[in-house]
Ligand binder design. Structure first.
Ligand code: BGC
Length: 748
């Protein structure tokens, strides 16, 4: 008892001093920000809302930019890679501008800075928050050496369509996984303390539903019901904001007719009032001005009025605010009080970043670019992200196997880095060819192509010769970096150029073919599937991709990724996502009638009238959550602690997992739930928990998951978030299309 009292005393002293400390800090922060605001002119306040860029081609720092900083007309810069410019602009701001307010330097530091990690969709495939956190921590460390204190990441757009180029930057299709990743990225970039000079402010983007662009075409219109928005697209943002994300970026797209950049409901009601976001919101590049093209604003002044009244704090690149806010205030179309709120939001983040105390980059902080520790983390991330999709016993290879390295990505140092790599230099990339040579493996290398889109068969003969001289063909196919990412949507998602044709030629040699894919999206493999003995998806794996692939191919390590998106058979199935609704006529294997089996002159209504495609059916090539390792697992003894629970009561679901293969391996145990009947229809399955389990051959473990009615809440058509009484199905399994099944009842 004494012990407990003692512990309670310690705890209360701790809690008291902690709350005291935080409130003193926020008092200081408020006082500082308010005092500073009181000294600022209207022009300076507008200046804080202005985020400017310089072209990387700029030979000298333009005089007009320096003048603008001197006058306090600019609050932040993006994409300045010349360190002298960074130093000089900051010097002008803190020594010569009226109130000496420091600038923030920002950049798209998306999946690494110099040391490039796998693309975010790859990181998502690791299902490992430590990978997300560590990669962003290293990226922040390296980038901050350049004076960068703000990144435009993490991108938290749920992506259900592999045609969309920006799926590469996304956390995948599932809101639960994306939320965990969102939190981890923010923690990694921002660290424990934003004022630490190696921490950088995160930016949860693109708010919101950018990934729901019709047809997967970038920037396209979004039509979305509010429950869908709240149940699927909003949770990752909520998680990032709860984790303390300093900034949020509004998206390019319109949602139900109103562009996100002029959407007061989203920027004020949802973001500020509901989610209690207290950082600042930045537009996307020109997205305020683009409301003219959307047909929402008639000119730049109108665009400024709409964005400002919607609650956008800072404008990126376009100058609607800089040119018009003063006049709008004069005309009473926007208020200085609201502008004050914007400025306070911005100054608060500058304060938290410690910029008023330490505005300059620390010249002794070199960033340790490409340090061995960074490179090893990047390699680990590439291994944890790679998804083994098919393996007919060929992998891992024996070290003495003679291999042909073929394909446009076998030795493409820039391409394997993927989209958004402004800073990672290809000279540091380790390609598969580099790694295999360094390991002194017996290789015959002939790319067969000059690049991934190459349609010529000029290189085929050389590739075939290399294959003939080898035991196994390793075909490194995929997309160049430029084929995914912003504005790079594709209508066909097959291997581009003549890659499929070469694989067909190579298959004639009757040698095993391992297809390694490096791409920014799932690639349709249906035309080449039966020509391959194994398929390994490495995404764009980053600087250390080659070493990671070497280790996986030879079994030094095992690919550990699982799909964070459903892998379609063909683009015609898209959008496809595992957490879809059932429809009134759910497709089933029993009812499905494949096109070729339809009798000629069949009577219209005599065939299975289900929701499917006659030619490709209703299932993806590989389901969400899918991925193989180098061992096999048995799932058994599923049990549930109660078959009926009340609200807020916990339930435990467990299963025994056994490694029945011959090597130690890690499996990803996943728990899915289906709310069978809802006041609005509910998805066929929803991911609720997962756990990595490492088991030696023959070893087994009981995996337990605990959930409560909180975990099955959703927003209904009345915008009420609650769990609803009724029946629930539960699965524990290895992916969204399999598993052991049980059920429980949630009673009133
Ligand atoms: C992209 C953003 C990016 C910004 C700044 C825009 O085109 O949509 O994701 O952060 O440019 O580079």
């Amino acid at each position: 008892m004494k012990k407990i009292v003692f512990l309670l005393c310690i705890l209360s002293v701790f809690l008291f001093s902690y709350t005291k400390k935080t409130s003193i800090n926020s008092n200081n922060e408020d006082r500082f920000v308010n005092d500073l605001l009181a000294k600022m002119t209207l022009e300076e306040k507008i200046g804080q809302t202005n985020l400017r860029g310089t072209s990387s081609m700029t030979k000298a720092l333009p005089e007009d930019l320096k003048r603008a900083v001197r006058n306090g007309e600019i609050g932040a810069f993006l994409n300045i890679s010349n360190l002298d410019y960074v130093d000089e602009l900051q010097r002008i701001a803190v020594e010569e501008s009226p109130n000496k307010i420091p600038l923030i330097f920002s950049r798209d530091v998306i999946h690494g800075f110099k040391t490039v990690f796998p693309i975010p969709l790859g990181i998502a495939a690791s299902w490992d928050t430590e990978v997300a956190k560590k990669s962003s921590e290293i990226a922040a460390f390296e980038a901050s050496a350049m004076g960068i204190r703000w990144t435009f990441a993490p991108m938290l757009d749920i992506a259900r369509d592999s045609r969309w180029g920006r799926i590469a930057e996304s956390p995948g299709e599932d809101p639960y996984l994306a939320s965990l990743l969102g939190k981890a990225y923010v923690e990694g970039f921002q660290g424990d303390d934003l004022s630490n000079p190696t921490s950088i402010a995160a930016c949860a983007k693109h708010y919101i539903a950018y990934g729901a662009a019709i047809g997967g075409r970038d920037y396209n219109t979004v039509n979305l019901s509010e429950p869908l928005l709240r149940n699927v697209y909003l949770p990752p943002f909520e998680a990032a904001i709860d984790a303390g994300a300093a900034t949020v970026m509004a998206s390019f797209n319109e949602i139900n007719g109103i562009p996100a950049s002029g959407n007061a409901f989203l920027l004020k009601e949802v973001l500020r009032d509901e989610l209690k976001f207290d950082g600042f919101v930045v537009s996307d590049w020109d997205s305020t001005e683009e409301m003219i093209a959307h047909g929402f604003a008639k000119d730049k002044k109108h665009a400024a009025e709409l964005s400002a009244n919607a609650g956008m704090d800072m404008e990126m690149n376009s100058t609607c605010y800089a040119d018009n806010l003063k006049q709008l205030i004069k005309e009473g179309k926007f208020s200085e009080t609201e502008l004050n709120t914007f400025v306070k939001n911005i100054l608060r983040i500058k304060y938290r970043l410690g910029l008023f105390e330490k505005p300059y980059r620390d010249k002794s902080h070199t960033g340790n670019y490409y340090a061995e520790a960074h490179m090893q983390e990047a390699k680990k991330a590439a291994i944890k992200s790679s998804v083994l999709l098919k393996n007919e016993g060929i992998l891992p290879l024996d070290k003495n196997t003679k291999v042909a390295l073929i394909g446009p990505l076998a030795h493409a140092p820039h391409e394997q880095l993927g989209t958004w790599t402004f800073d990672g230099e290809k000279e540091h990339t380790i390609t598969p060819v580099d790694a295999f040579k360094a390991a002194k493996v017996n290789i015959n290398f002939a790319a067969g192509f000059t690049h991934s889109r190459d349609r010529s068969d000029k290189g085929f003969q050389e590739a075939i010769q290399a294959a003939k001289a080898s035991d196994v063909i390793l075909f490194f196919g995929g997309e160049e970096a430029i084929l995914s990412g912003e504005a790079h949507s594709r209508a066909y998602i097959n291997l581009p150029g003549a890659q499929e044709a070469l694989i067909h030629e190579l298959a004639k040699l009757n040698k095993p073919i391992v297809l390694v894919i490096m791409a920014g999206r799932p690639i349709s493999v249906s035309n080449i599937m039966d020509k391959t003995d194994a398929i390994l998806m490495a995404w764009h794996p980053g600087t250390m991709g080659g070493e990671a692939l070497y280790d996986m191919i030879y079994g030094v390590a095992e690919p550990q990724g699982r799909l964070p998106v459903s892998w379609p058979k063909t683009a015609g199935q898209l959008p496809y996502f595992y957490n879809h609704k059932n429809t009134g006529r759910p497709a089933s294997a029993e009812e499905f009638i494949e096109m070729d089996s339809i009798p000629i002159h069949a009577w219209q209504s005599s065939l299975g009238n289900d929701s499917h495609y006659l030619d490709v059916g209703f299932t993806p090539q590989y389901p969400f959550g899918y991925g193989l390792g180098y061992s096999k697992f048995r799932y058994e003894n599923l049990s549930i602690s109660k078959d009926t629970i009340g609200f807020n009561e916990k339930i435990t679901i467990k299963a025994r997992i056994t490694n029945v293969g011959e090597r130690a391996s890690t499996d990803l145990v996943q728990l899915y739930i289906q709310d069978v009947v809802g006041s609005i229809t509910r998805p066929v399955r929803e991911l609720k928990r997962f756990e990595h389990v490492y088991l030696k051959p023959g070893e087994s473990k009981e995996v337990r998951f605990s959930i409560s009615s909180k975990d099955i809440e959703f927003v209904n058509h009345k915008m009420i978030k609650a769990a609803e009484a009724g029946d629930f199905n539960v699965w524990i399994g290895e992916n969204a299309a399999s598993g052991l099944k049980t059920a429980f009842y949630l009673k009133e």
